[in-house]
Ligand binder design. Structure first.
Ligand SMILES: C[S@@+](CC[C@H](N)C(=O)[O-])C[C@H]1O[C@@H](n2cnc3c(N)ncnc32)[C@H](O)[C@@H]1O
Length: 256
């Protein structure tokens, strides 16, 4: 199972938060109960709290390190956190808003899981989700090309699935439920500072399963090769390194 490092993940907190802000901006209504699935270190609770000051907010995440960080930094009397896997987690009461940022690409059979969770959304309630849709970008292509070759391939078998989901998939899914759907895709141009910033970015998220699968020694060798390939694909400019990043959004509202 992939483990998470809140400190490394938060290195690009500002850039990574932007899609969450854009997602939440498209949610209508005044939810009083909000669940944030895959809440990570809980730093985005502040975005929800600013928009809906009175709502109760419950973050769910399967990483003990992320939940510990959320409880330490971002809990209050109406913001709670729970360690759980969304594949099996169920809302005990109907929820007004389920929000989820950069989670469902990690969840096998995500459409079935979303379908099950949708049954716990209150009438008139909303599911708002965002997933990366950049699996054909050089960052991911190079990750999988290099790590599937010897001597790495023997350790990374089964870790090369394309987990990108396009907006049409969510449009179809929620339309079949009879919900009103707003689905779209956007490419952000993140301008990153420092040396090897694309490696730093992806090693906090998408590359973690591959990096963790490689044994010590081999991992360092792979990192050197991968970093060099990333420097070629994303050359540093005078203003920083530009990382184009495509994302899929869906905001779906259940009939009242
Ligand atoms: C890329 S981070 C996103 C964190 C936060 N939502 C944000 O936008 O900054 C993905 C999060 O999903 C969590 N996660 C992955 N698989 C999960 C699962 N099956 N159930 C619950 N959380 C999961 C990870 O632990 C991690 O905190």
């Amino acid at each position: 199972m992939t483990t998470w490092d809140p400190t490394r993940y938060l290195q690009f907190a500002d850039d990574r938060s932007r899609p969450f802000v854009d997602l939440v901006a498209r949610v209508q209504g005044e939810p009083t109960t909000i669940v944030d699935l895959g809440c990570g270190p809980g730093h985005l609770t502040a975005v929800l709290r600013a928009r809906w000051p009175e709502a109760s907010i419950h973050g769910v995440d399967s990483s003990p390190d992320m939940i510990d960080k959320a409880l330490a930094d971002n809990a209050d009397d109406r913001a709670t956190y729970e360690l759980a896997d969304v594949a099996t987690w169920t809302a005990p009461e109907p929820v007004d808003l389920i929000v989820s940022n950069a989670l469902f690409q990690w969840v096998p059979d995500q459409l079935a899981v979303i379908g099950r969770l949708a049954e716990r959304v209150a009438p008139g309630g909303t599911i708002a989700l965002q997933v990366p849709c950049n699996y054909d970008a050089p960052s991911h292509r190079l990750l999988h090309e290099i790590s599937s070759q010897p001597p790495y391939g023997a350790h990374t078998e089964g870790l090369h699935a394309d987990r990108g989901t396009h907006a049409e998939t969510y449009l179809d899914l929620f339309s079949e439920f009879g919900w009103a759907v707003d689905a779209w895709e956007t490419t952000y141009l993140h301008v990153l500072p420092g040396e090897d910033p694309v490696f730093d970015w992806i090693s906090g998220t998408g590359a973690r399963p591959i990096l963790q699968a490689l044994p010590e020694g081999l991992r360092e060798e792979f990192v050197d090769t991968y970093k060099a390939a990333l420097r070629g694909a994303y050359p540093a400019g005078p203003w920083g390194t530009v990382l184009p990043f495509s994302r899929t959004f869906a905001v779906a509202r259940r009939e009242a």
